[in-house]
Design a protein. Structure first.
Length: 57
């Protein structure tokens, strides 16, 4: 679970997001990237999941 995220595009919707875990001061000394891409669907947005047929190349 990576609750920390930043919006990569200031305008528009859905704006891409970068989800990360900052462990720079912890055991690994790293910042872990968990997800980079379109805004993920959640219970607070009106965006539904992308059908699998559209998500595959």
């Amino acid at each position: 679970y990576m609750p920390a995220h930043i919006k990569l595009q200031p305008l528009g919707s859905p704006a891409p997001r970068l989800h990360f875990l900052d462990d720079a001061g912890g055991a690994t000394g790293k910042v872990w990237i968990g997800y980079l891409g379109d805004h993920l669907p959640n219970t607070r947005t009106n965006l539904g999941p992308t059908p699998l047929s559209e998500a595959l190349p």
